[in-house]
Design a protein around this ligand. Structure first.
Ligand SMILES: Cc1ncc(COP(=O)(O)O)c(C=O)c1O
Length: 444
């Protein structure tokens, strides 16, 4: 570490970082600059960002035209309140652009500042909807084990990863968890002749019946689970889920905070299975990380219930930064780039190359599974391939060895995640595979 970097790290101690533990942030990379898929640190390292920041920097770093859009908008009007009868032009334009963009019939957008706020808004909107429909008893949310839905108090307990709960209990009431449709290791009960998709969908129906459909407001799911280890569901799962939600009058919330905006090879993840949610949560790649922005989209049916509300039934929800003018201007420019450069197509093309490369690493004794969709991939590390014994210690060692070789990935339990900027080119995809291979060689 250079002296300069040591000074930055010392000063950085005054900042409390996400998911803080003294050990996990003792020696951070101090990133000074980015260009395309590359990050440059104060101590002279050049690192290939195999995670696109935190699954979000789709267009890569250093895009002049986005910087200019932000500058122009800030100079003109950075912010105005969206409360009490006021609005601004970029938020109008972005909401208009997004109407029906993800899914037909989702034409209303409420903006937030990020994914956690989006999911909290989705839960509150589901409750609001059922109250307006005269069914105030419907308030529970069913989520999956392994899910990540953010860190507001509700998001924390919608999340199905225990380590996020441990220090923040008691749990918020009304969140129920069921097994996720993990084809590599399904942890639920699977009946003879049943597919994993059918078994996991049955778990949803059983949970609704057990809790009482008249108490369940919504089911929430990530189309491809991210933080839970990059889990791609079997093809039969989401169509079954949609039918079960309809049958029991349960709203389906799609948490597309990671899978939105081209990441999976479609503009939005559920498109792969021709399924539509009632509420969509988005964030991250709407701006490719150039400004904090997220939102929810509502079905026309949910929106309609708001239009006929009595005076005492206003939707008393919304954030200071909802529809932030500069963030929305950035979102518009970022979307223009992603459309111009055909990001779903690019994610599919580069994803196929990454898939082939990662599959070539299956010869290592600890590579248990390689899975993904579009340009989001996971490599699961095990100590015994037959028994599929999870090996988080080796996963961490490979993560560190990769970082020493200038590749940024992310260890999620015993899975290494890859979600590079979608602007990545062929040589850079090959660099991911080569550097990961070298890291695995060093650990093996
Ligand atoms: C699926 C999903 N939902 C919600 C969130 C929370 O988003 P944020 O960190 O912007 O609050 C994340 C963050 O990674 C996520 O992956």
């Amino acid at each position: 570490m250079t002296t300069d970097t040591a000074k930055w790290v010392e000063k950085d101690f005054k900042q409390l970082h996400p998911t803080y533990h003294p050990k996990s942030h003792a020696n951070p990379l101090v990133v000074e600059r980015g260009e395309g898929v590359w990050l440059y640190t104060t101590d002279g390292q050049k690192i290939l960002d195999g995670m696109a920041g935190l699954w979000n920097v789709n267009v890569g770093y250093g895009r002049e035209e986005i910087a200019k859009a932000a500058y122009d908008q800030m100079k003109n009007l950075a912010f105005t309140s969206g409360f009490s009868g006021m609005t601004n032009l970029p938020s109008i334009e972005l909401a208009d652009k997004l109407a029906g963009f993800a899914y037909e019939g989702l034409n209303t957008t409420m903006f937030t500042s990020g994914g956690s706020e989006s999911n909290d808004s989705a839960f509150k909107t589901a409750r609001y909807y059922w109250k307006r429909k005269g069914k105030p008893g419907k308030y529970k949310v069913i989520a999956r084990r392994g899910a990540y839905h953010g860190v507001t108090l509700a998001g924390t307990f919608a999340t199905g990863l225990e380590k996020y709960h441990t220090m923040f209990g008691p749990p918020v009431e009304g969140f129920v968890h069921i097994p996720a449709p993990n084809p590599y290791r399904y942890e639920g009960e699977q009946k003879e002749g049943e597919t994993v998709g059918q078994a996991a969908a049955r778990a949803l129906e059983e949970a609704i019946v057990r809790e009482g459909a008249d108490t369940v407001a919504a089911f929430i799911a990530e189309p491809v689970m991210g933080v839970g280890g990059v889990i791609v569901p079997p093809d039969d799962y989401f169509p079954l889920v949609r039918a079960i939600c309809d049958k029991h009058e349960v709203l389906f919330i799609a948490d597309e905070v990671i899978t939105g905006f081209g990441r999976t090879g479609e503009w939005f993840g559920l498109k792969h299975w021709n399924v539509k949610p009632d509420i969509l949560s988005f964030a991250k790649a709407i701006t490719s990380g150039y400004a904090p922005l997220g939102g929810i989209q509502l079905s026309d049916e949910i929106r309609a219930t708001m239009e006929s509300a009595a005076d005492t039934e206003a939707y008393m929800h919304g954030y200071t930064y909802a529809g932030h003018a500069m963030a929305c201007a950035v979102g518009l420019k970022n979307l223009e780039i992603m459309e111009r450069e055909d990001y779903p197509g690019r994610a599919r093309e580069m994803g196929e190359r990454l898939q082939a490369g990662l599959n070539s690493l299956r010869e290592f004794p600890f590579v248990g599974d390689v899975r993904g969709l579009g340009l989001i991939w996971g490599v699961e590390i095990v100590s015994n391939k037959e028994e599929k014994t999870a090996d988080p210690a080796t996963t961490t060692r490979i993560f560190k060895a990769a970082q020493e070789r200038g590749l940024r990935t992310r260890p999620l339990g015993n899975t290494l995640a890859f979600s590079p900027p979608i602007c990545i080119n062929e040589e850079e995809v090959d660099e991911i595979v080569n550097r990961l291979g070298a890291a695995m060689d060093a650990v093996a």
